[in-house]
Ligand binder design. Structure first.
Ligand code: GUN
Length: 292
């Protein structure tokens, strides 16, 4: 069994990006600039956005954090997005999800200039991804592809089962694993809350990508021997023994599933750090595109 070490690989990717940024500086060019918009004060979102900003510092990017109150109206947020779209100094930006209930998420995502949409959530970019065109691929699925690639995990002809159809992970992942090329060329089953007999489906899978957000959902009896297991779950579970008062729990019963798996991602230290590295990669790509 091999652990797919997202922390290690994400550090390698960040080092590669930092080298590119150093070259840009040497040539006297502007370095990539990522902005993140955070509406409200959801604890998990604060943590994620903080990690994204710190990652920018580490690779030499400029970063801007735009904090807006929980009471922000949709119009106020749309005005801020317009400002960021028009600001030539910003190469790419993200609006951290989820948004407060008074704001229509789709309207917000559609307002982002597709050329600055480093999350890859705009319908134009999502459509391009589905059509195999060059575009920004959403960071979490992109990170999973990169992890499979760097460990040389074979995906061609395999049966991949994706659990969860969110627009951020499950849906794009199902498209990417089925498309031509590597990693891809796999036969994909996308499962969700209405799927019947999920154990029957997961137990036939060569590769399982779980993006459900239910701690310890995937048990050993749902998995066949030598399966590849990708755990996207990052649920906070109360735990008084931990300094922060909670622990981060994946979708997979790691202790038992890892005994059957050929490759498996840990939580934390698997998919999570890869997401941040690939957001940086998309921002570098945005800078390069704006330059040319
Ligand atoms: N919330 C959870 N994951 C993500 C992500 O990848 N991007 C944004 N913007 N919000 C998220």
């Amino acid at each position: 069994m091999t652990i797919l070490d997202g922390k290690k690989i994400s550090n390698q990717i960040k080092d590669e990006i930092a080298t590119e940024v150093a070259k840009m500086k040497e040539r006297g060019e502007k370095v990539p600039h990522l902005a993140a918009v955070l509406v409200g004060n959801d604890g998990a979102s604060l943590t994620y956005v903080g990690s994204k900003v710190r990652a920018c510092e580490r690779v030499g990017f400029e970063s801007t954090l735009v904090k807006m109150p929980n009471t922000t109206s949709e119009v106020e947020l749309l005005n801020k997005i317009k400002e960021l779209n028009e600001d030539d100094n910003i190469d790419g930006f993200i609006v951290q999800l989820p948004l407060p209930p008074q704001i229509d998420t789709q309207q917000v995502l559609m307002a982002v200039d597709p050329d600055k949409d480093v999350d890859g959530f705009h319908p134009t970019n999502f459509g391009k991804m589905a059509l195999d065109m060059s575009t920004f691929i959403p960071a979490t699925p992109f990170g999973i592809l990169e992890l499979l690639d760097r460990y040389g995990v074979e995906t061609k002809g395999k049966h991949t089962v994706v659990i969860g159809r969110s627009h951020i992970v499950g849906r794009p992942m199902s498209i990417l694993m089925g498309r031509k090329g590597f990693p891809g060329n796999s036969t994909v089953t996308l499962t969700h809350s209405h799927t019947k007999n999920i154990t029957q489906i997961t137990s036939q899978a060569d590769i399982i990508i779980s993006a459900l957000g239910v701690p310890n959902f995937l048990k050993a009896e749902m998995v066949k021997d030598d399966a590849v297991i990708i755990d996207v779950g990052i649920t906070r579970v109360a735990d008084d023994t931990k300094e922060k008062g909670y622990c981060i729990c994946g979708d997979v019963d790691f202790e038992n599933v890892s005994k059957k798996a050929s490759f498996i991602t840990p939580v934390p230290g698997g998919v999570g750090p890869m997401t941040i590295a690939m957001l940086l990669k998309n921002t570098l790509l945005a800078r390069e595109r704006h330059r040319s």
